[in-house]
Design a protein around this ligand. Structure first.
Ligand code: AMP
Ligand code: MG
Length: 319
C-alpha cells in the first residue's frame, strides 16, 4: 500500500497475519515500498522455517525425530536461543515446548494438565540437553523446540536490516507487540511507543510512553495470552523449572535494545525470574534497558531510560 501527500515523504505500509499475530510494517521515503514488501516476505519465510504446526517446517521435522541440515536462519536462532538460555540459567528455554503443548497453549483447548503429566514432561525439558553439531541440532528423545519466545524479535531484526539495506531512514515495525523503530518519524521527532498497563489503571491503559530511535521495544507478560479455569488464570509464559505458568510479583517486562532478538528472549526470561531476580540480572548484565511493571502497581526502569520513558506514575530507578 502506498500513500503520499504534499511535502511529506511517501509512506508504504503492509498489514498481515503471521506467526500467530497481527503485524504492521510502515516505512517512509524512497525505496519504502520495496523495503516493506521485502520485510513482509522475510517474516513469512521465517515462519515457514520455524512454525511448530506447519508439517513442512524445519522445526516440525526436528520436533518429530528427524535431523535435517538446518537453514542458516534456523541454525542461527537455535544457537542464539541456547546461548540466552544459558545466560538466564534456563529462565528462557526453547525446550519448554512439551509443557506448552500439555497446557494446550498451542491449541484452542487450553487446560490445566495433571501434575503427574507435568512431572514426567519436565524430563524432556532442559536446554543443557540440546546442542548444535555441524548444521544439525541434537536433541534427546522426546525433546521439542519452540521459538515462540524469540522468533518475532529475530524477525524484527531481519526487517530492520532490510530497511537499512534499502536506505530507509524512517520506519516502524510492529510484529505483534515486538516493535522495532528505525530512525525518526517523518516529522523528525522520535518514535513514541506506548507501554501497556496490564492492570488497566493507567491513562488509556498505558503505563507510560517511550520515545526511541533505532532500537527494539519488546513486552512480555502473562496477561497477553491466558485462560481461566476454576477461577484461576494461567498465562502462556512457563517457568521451565516447575512446568507451571510463571506466577510472581511481575505483570509485565519491557526490554529496549538495538538487538530485537535479545529483547524478545530477555523479556520472556525476566518475566519468569520475577522482580528481585530480574533487577539483579539487569544490574549484573549490560547492553539493554528494561521497564518492569509489578503487580502492586510500582514501575521500575533502568537508568538508560530515565530521559526516554515518561509516566504519570512514580517510577523507580534500578541502580
Ligand atoms: P513472549 O511472548 O515472547 O514472552 O513468549 C512467550 C511464548 O514463548 C509462549 O507462547 C511459548 O510459545 C514460549 N515460551 C513460554 N515459556 C517460555 C520460556 N520460559 N522460555 C522460552 N519460551 C517460552
Ligand atoms: Mg519473548
Amino acid at each position: 500500500m502506498l500513500t503520499s501527500c504534499a511535502n511529506s515523504p511517501t509512506k508504504s505500509q503492509e498489514n498481515f497475519f503471521a506467526m500467530d499475530t497481527y503485524m504492521t510494517v510502515e516505512a517512509y521515503g524512497e525505496n519504502a515500498e520495496k523495503a516493506v514488501l521485502e520485510a513482509k516476505e522475510a517474516v513469512v519465510n521465517l515462519e515457514k522455517l520455524l512454525s511448530v504446526n506447519d508439517e513442512n517446517s524445519e522445526i516440525y521435522a526436528v520436533n518429530h525425530g528427524k535431523s535435517p541440515d538446518l537453514s542458516e536462519e534456523t541454525f542461527d536462532l537455535i544457537t542464539l536461543s541456547l546461548d540466552i538460555a544459558e545466560k538466564t540459567h534456563g529462565a528462557f528455554d526453547p525446550t519448554v515446548y512439551p509443557i506448552t503443548v500439555a497446557w494446550g497453549f498451542t491449541t484452542d483447548e487450553k487446560h490445566v494438565p495433571e501434575s503427574g503429566e507435568i512431572v514426567s514432561l519436565l524430563e524432556k525439558v532442559g536446554y543443557e540437553k540440546a546442542a548444535v553439531s555441524g548444521k544439525k541440532v541434537v536433541l534427546q528423545e522426546g525433546m521439542k523446540l519452540d521459538f515462540g519466545g524469540i522468533a518475532k524479535g529475530y524477525a524484527s531484526d531481519k526487517c530492520a536490516e532490510i530497511m537499512r539495506e534499502n536506505g530507509v531512514e524512517s520506519a516502524i515495525i510492529n510484529l505483534g507487540g515486538n516493535v522495532y523503530a528505525i530512525g525518526k518519524r517523518p516529522d523528525g521527532n522520535l518514535w513514541r511507543i506506548g507501554v501497556a498497563d496490564p492492570s488497566g489503571e493507567g491513562v488509556e491503559d498505558r503505563a507510560g510512553l517511550l520515545s526511541v530511535s533505532d532500537c527494539a521495544v519488546v513486552t512480555s507478560g502473562n496477561y497477553q495470552r491466558s485462560f481461566t479455569q476454576n477461577g484461576i488464570t494461567y498465562g502462556h509464559i512457563i517457568d521451565p523449572k516447575t512446568g507451571y505458568p510463571a506466577d510472581n510479583d511481575l505483570l509485565s517486562v519491557t526490554v529496549v535494545a538495538a538487538d530485537g532478538t535479545l529483547c524478545d528472549a530477555l523479556s520472556t526470561a525476566l518475566f519468569v525470574m520475577g522482580l528481585e531476580e530480574a533487577e539483579k540480572f539487569c544490574r549484573e548484565n549490560g547492553g539493554f534497558d528494561v521497564i518492569l511493571i509489578a503487580k502492586d502497581g510500582e514501575i521500575y526502569v533502568t537508568e538508560g531510560l530515565s530521559d526516554k520513558f515518561t509516566s504519570e506514575r512514580t517510577v523507580h530507578t534500578i541502580s
